[in-house]
Design a protein around this ligand. Structure first.
Ligand code: ADP
Ligand code: ADP
Ligand code: MG
Length: 665
């Protein structure tokens, strides 16, 4: 076994690798950018080396600096994590040349599977079923369009070098092909430096089912069963589970065998995932090879939960030359596991990534990086920030139960107990998703979110009255001297009057409505609370930070976090945020009025879709930006004429920076 490894990654996955290494007595070296000097992964490792500026180009992709750091700290091996350099054959090769073990497959296997088009040619030879499509070298638009017609619409255009759901475009009809191709190629070129595409038949009601494989340097390859990752948004996974519900034993075995064949075809060593797309029709289910990811996968904890194995430990053992710890027959699956990806994003605004400081991040009773009924893997702590430089994942919540039903109940509970304030996130959204009929009945396919959208977006889960009453209780708790915790008293008003009744009035804005509240305190015990025009008895108690409330003949429990202006109520039934209306506050006039269009977040301007002098209509796409690894379209708020373009493609822009000027006719 190695005595020292360098972890060429950041965030949650770097912490994950460090946890296993520590348990195995292996010393760890972290690398970090300017933005990550205080990051959790730096503290999780025994030593850390600074490798450059905040941008990934200037740090986590600077592989020469990473190699230097490894050599200088005496590391024998490099764990690439996922993303960044994990599937970079040049880097794996450079590690070997420098005498370092790359903890992953051989350079040939990475290369063979690195391009989706080339890997499909290889899989065809190995007898692995493929999605009907075109994966040839000729990239002339006319030929591609002809191929799309031959395959039959709808088709999917993919970046051959792609990953992370990027570049992919569904094309419903021939008329839309040109534009989709151009936009796919642009995103591919920009993200992967390679604009080659392939075309696939767009599979109907598809499920994404993948097989975890492992190979060793002695020629053994086995699989650790499947994960269903069908619940996606923007072609990126949101929920992953194992076993895949409703998969017949026969199909499970055939998929496992196909995955092992795929891995053997490239002499695979280490952890890998063979991803299949599964078509569901009246005839039953068919599976087709989509791609192979030659690395550890984000959702590997799901497999760890059902097999009881530590996949990072397996990676380290295999990379140091040991044979696979188990044979195929010794691998067993126990119970059911589900992972939810907790991301900094705004589901109600097309999942736009969000940034900001995690003012509160309180989690359920969970283990970290080890198998247990509730596990929370994260690379950030309360107080840390989600920055625009890296991807938007805050944490992964993984639950395990004897049955899917039990795992689901645990997930629902754990999500209710995961309290995040300061960064918009998908916790409440994921909770809605797992409660939909489609998900509870395991009616899974990649359109689940779209199909259930009426239950998922713009949902109010806690009534305004309960939210307001909860905030009032927190406010009173903050005024009591013995309270301790996060809440700042927002004002030091006088305590109760000594006789009669004291009335205090407040106003909150919640879900867009202003609600007037009157607190009526009687000297001899008891309070009444009037919310809008409903008045009722009100009482509250604090149980170690959790508030227990009674109002209007209802009882509930919640946690409330507040700062000077905002109140965040997390009840078991749902979440709500409120703002206290301060009658003295001055609201600045909206500076964006007058036809300026601004960047939704810091990022890179990729292209303008319009030129000066063009007339545009409301909703028309004007510019495309990239931020946090995703493309975002900036659309016209109304009719107008483009007066000026304020940046050039390729420019880095700040959040809120005007990108162009529209004159309103
Ligand atoms: P995995 O295949 O491991 O489940 P994904 O398919 O979601 O992970 O992402 C593929 C790659 O893209 C991974 O290497 C991951 O690091 C990276 N990635 C993670 N999050 C994002 C994101 N929000 N946008 C783009 N790429 C991402
Ligand atoms: P990436 O490298 O970005 O992960 P994949 O090829 O793995 O790209 O595809 C990502 C997702 O896109 C899949 O999980 C699936 O939801 C969807 N997808 C991919 N290929 C098809 C297809 N041929 N038909 C329908 N959906 C597809
Ligand atoms: Mg994929």
């Amino acid at each position: 076994m190695f005595h020292t490894i360098l972890i060429a990654n950041r965030g949650e996955i770097a912490c994950r690798v460090a946890a296993t290494a520590k348990r195995m007595g292996v010393r760890t070296v972290a690398v970090y950018s300017d933005a990550d000097a205080q990051a959790a992964h730096v503290q999780a490792c025994d030593e850390a080396v600074h490798i450059g500026g905040a941008s990934v180009q200037d740090s986590y992709l600077q592989w020469q600096r990473i190699l230097d750091a490894a050599l200088q700290t005496g590391a024998q091996a490099v764990h690439p994590g996922y993303g960044f350099l994990s599937e970079n054959a040049d880097f794996a090769n450079a590690c070997a040349k420098a005498g370092l073990v790359f903890i992953g497959p051989g350079v040939d296997a990475i290369q063979a599977m690195g391009l989706k088009a080339a890997s499909k040619q290889l899989m065809e030879k190995a007898g692995v079923p493929l999605v009907p499509g075109y994966h040839g070298a000729d990239q002339s638009p006319a030929l591609l369009e002809k191929e799309a017609l031959r395959i039959g619409y709808p088709v999917l255009i993919k970046a051959s070098a792609g990953g992370g759901g990027k570049g992919m475009r569904i094309v419903q009809q021939a008329a839309d092909f040109d534009e989709a191709l151009a936009s796919c190629q642009r995103e591919a070129k920009n993200s992967f430096g390679d604009d080659a595409v392939l075309i696939e038949k767009y599979v109907q009601r598809p499920r994404h089912i993948e097989i975890q494989v492992f190979g060793d340097t002695h020629g053994n390859v086995i699989h650790l069963h499947e994960r269903d990752c069908s619940v996606q948004r923007r072609h990126q996974k949101v929920l992953e589970e194992s076993p895949a519900p409703g998969l017949s034993e026969d199909m499970r075995q055939r998929m496992g065998a196909a995955a092992v064949a795929a891995a053997k075809a490239v002499n695979y060593v280490g952890a890998g995932t063979v991803e299949f797309i599964v078509e569901q029709s009246e005839r039953g289910m068919d599976f087709f090879f989509m791609e192979m990811n030659t690395r550890l996968q984000v959702e590997h904890p799901v497999t760890e939960a059902v097999t009881g194995l530590d996949l990072v430990e397996w990676q380290l053992r295999i990379a140091s030359g040991e044979p696979l710890p188990l044979t195929q027959a010794q691998v067993t699956v126990n119970g059911h596991a589900i992972e939810a990806r907790i991301c900094a994003e705004t589901p109600d605004n097309d999942f736009l990534p969000a940034i900001g400081q995690l003012q509160v991040m309180r989690s359920p009773h969970a283990s970290h990086f080890t198998v247990s009924p509730v596990r929370l893997d994260s690379g950030v702590r309360e107080g840390d920030s989600i920055s625009p430089y890296y991807d938007s994942m805050i944490a992964k919540l993984i639950v395990h139960g004897d049955t899917r039903e039990q795992a689901l109940a645990r997930l629902d509970q754990a999500l209710a107990q995961l309290h995040i304030v300061g960064v918009q996130n998908n916790v409440a959204f994921v909770r809605h998703v797992i409660r939909t009929p489609s998900f509870t009945q395991a009616n899974l396919d990649t359109a689940l979110i779209e199909r259930e959208k009426a239950l998922l977006f713009h949902q109010q889960t806690l009534s305004n009255q309960h939210a307001v009453a909860s905030a009032m209780a927190a406010l009173l708790r903050a005024e009591t001297p013995e309270h301790s915790g996060w809440i700042d008293p927002w004002s030091a008003r006088s305590k109760w009057l000594m006789q009669g009744v004291s009335n205090r009035s407040f106003e909150f804005t919640v879900n867009g409505s202003a609600i007037k509240v009157v607190l009526i305190s009687h000297v001899r015990g008891g309070m009444r609370l009037r919310i809008a025009d409903v008045e009722a008895d009100f009482s509250w108690q604090d149980h170690a930070g959790e508030l227990q409330l009674h109002w209007h003949d209802q009882d509930w429990r919640c946690h409330v976090y507040a700062n000077a202006h905002d109140w965040h109520v997390f009840a078991n039934t749902g979440y709500s945020s409120l703002t206290r209306v301060d009658p003295l506050a001055y609201t600045a006039p909206d500076a964006s009025a007058g036809g300026k269009l601004t960047a939704p977040m810091p990022g890179k301007l990729l292209a303008f879709n319009v030129s000066v002098g063009d007339s545009v209509v409301a909703g028309q796409a004007l510019a495309v930006m990239e931020a946090m690894k995703m493309e975002h379209t900036v659309a016209a708020p109304g009719k107008g004429t483009v007066a000026e373009l304020l940046y050039a493609p390729g420019d880095q822009v700040e959040e809120g920076a005007p990108l162009l000027r529209l004159s309103v006719d």
